[in-house]
Write a protein that binds this ligand. Structure first.
Ligand code: SAH
Ligand code: SF4
Ligand code: F3S
Length: 442
């Protein structure tokens, strides 16, 4: 048998890209590829890219330039670009960077093995279609390899919301949900390979509406309840959600589905109704706050996380102060905040832009507040008992690292036999980005 070829994949952007990279690696297994961690010994390099902000997109070109030497040394090396930059700028990538052999958009990954074969015949190949068929059904899985205890599972793709700043509706296309039986069988397969925690993914995961195994329509809450019936699956999470799609049954599930973890990423972007309107978010600061109140009524200890954009076109000091007030009111356990980045082709790109210094100054203030809240909530865990799913060994001897129900990283002295297991841990200390704990009853 010929030596296996080696595939190096570098992933940027969101968890959906992480999931896609895994599936692409599996699919390329069928073409005789195994994964490598080093580009130097690869036969194929694939960059799975992100287009969400300008910096993310520009990184792709500088990264590609770095592979020139490798291609000189190995003319058989094939270089591919996948993901959202591939979708948005496929032709430009081919023009600007002759090193690239292959460009594949996020909805065409099932065609990757065939595309790779064509590059071996000396062709340059580009596929950024939005084909009718479901890429996940066509992406083959390799025979069951065991894997770590946590996994992502994409259940929904694309977005119909068209927030005025965002490229996702253009790079990922319209909202599509995978049928319930496919999700269920993929989840069962993951559990049989050692997975205890599954994070359901979608650009708008709570807009999930897939065909159920009973022929009816399943919303996300129903899907979660069905998944919760799988023995051996202990934790369910989902991300990312839009406030307008938090349906009543999903809120209820947070109160009564024990396997649904008390953590919710619910981006609001801004606390100013004027800006929210211009962002085309179709919710107000107040409707968001009331929604959070309802979620906290059924699950008072839920840890909330969010996304914010500062310096959106025409954002005034007053608008920004409204964002600060909203943050004060919500108290987030975790947050992501960004300076607005102008994205070609989106409506907000046409609006008067704010100076960079204004954006930087606001971001600094917002991040200071968010970090303070994050630290306070993390510190408040000290002395409490939590469940920890141990994922890997720590740097110190005898130490394991895992995540609590609230998604805090927890370092604990624990036997290796607990890897992949959930144990009760008492939190003893809180440092900048993690907690330390001790096994209960040991
Ligand atoms: N679907 C998710 C988020 C997708 S993008 C949602 O609706 O919440 C992840 C985050 O990137 C967004 O929540 C937003 O905060 C940020 N983002 C998107 N476009 C951006 C832009 N043009 N500039 C800065 N941040 C942006
Ligand atoms: Fe982008 Fe808005 Fe869709 Fe989220 S909901 S992916 S921010 S357009
Ligand atoms: Fe980036 Fe595409 Fe995800 S733009 S954030 S990789 S959906």
């Amino acid at each position: 048998m010929a030596d296996p070829k080696k595939l190096f994949i570098k992933t940027y952007g969101c968890q959906m890209n992480v999931y896609d990279s895994e599936r692409m690696a599996e699919a390329m297994g069928g073409s005789g590829y195994i994964a490598t961690d080093t580009p130097e010994d690869a036969d194929m390099i694939l960059l799975n890219t992100c287009h969400i902000r300008e910096k993310a997109a520009e990184k792709v070109y500088s990264e590609l330039g770095r592979f020139r030497g490798l291609k000189d040394a190995n003319p058989d090396l094939k270089i591919g670009v996948a993901g959202c930059v591939a979708q948005a700028e496929g032709d430009e990538i081919m023009r600007r960077q002759p090193l690239v052999d292959l460009v594949v958009g996020p909805q065409s990954y099932h065609r990757l093995p065939a595309m790779e074969a064509r590059t071996r015949a000396g062709e340059k190949v580009l596929d950024t279609d939005f084909p009718e068929e479901d890429k996940f059904e066509k992406l083959q899985s390799r025979p069951k390899a065991s894997r770590g205890p946590t996994a992502f599972l994409t259940v929904q793709e694309g977005c119909d919301k068209f927030c005025a700043f965002c490229v996702v509706p253009y790079t990922r296309g319209a909202e599509v949900s995978r049928p319930g039986d496919r999700v269920m069988s993929e989840a069962r397969d993951l559990v049989s390979r050692g997975v205890r925690e599954i994070t359901l993914l979608g650009q708008n995961v709570n807009a999930y509406h897939g065909q159920g195994t009973d022929g009816g329509d399943w919303g996300l809450a129903r899907l979660i309840r069905e998944l919760a019936e799988i023995d051996g699956l202990d934790r369910i999470r989902y991300t990312t959600s839009h406030p307008n799609d938090m349906e009543d049954d999903l809120i209820a599930a947070h109160g009564d589905c024990a396997k649904l973890m008390p953590y919710l990423h619910l981006p609001v972007q801004s606390g100013s109704d004027r800006i929210l309107k211009r962002m085309n978010r179709s919710h107000t600061a107040d409707s968001y706050l009331r929604l959070i109140e309802r979620i906290r009524t059924v699950r008072p200890d839920i840890l909330l996380s969010g996304d914010f954009i500062v310096g959106f076109p025409e954002e005034t000091d007053e608008d920004f102060e409204a964002t600060m007030r909203l943050v004060e009111e919500v108290r987030y356990g975790q947050c992501y905040s960004f300076k607005y980045s102008t994205r070609p082709g989106t409506p907000a790109a046409e609006r008067p832009q704010l100076p960079e210094e204004v954006k930087s100054e606001r971001l600094q203030r917002l991040q200071a507040l968010l970090s303070q809240q994050q630290a306070e909530i993390q510190d408040s865990m000290v002395g409490r008992e939590v469940n920890v799913l141990f994922e890997k060994k720590g740097r110190l001897p005898g130490q394991l690292i895992g995540k609590s129900d609230y998604l805090h990283a927890v370092y604990t002295q624990a036997p290796e036999s607990l890897l992949g297991q959930i144990a009760r841990v008492r939190i003893t200390a809180s440092s900048s980005n993690s907690l330390a704990g001790a096994l209960v009853g040991v």
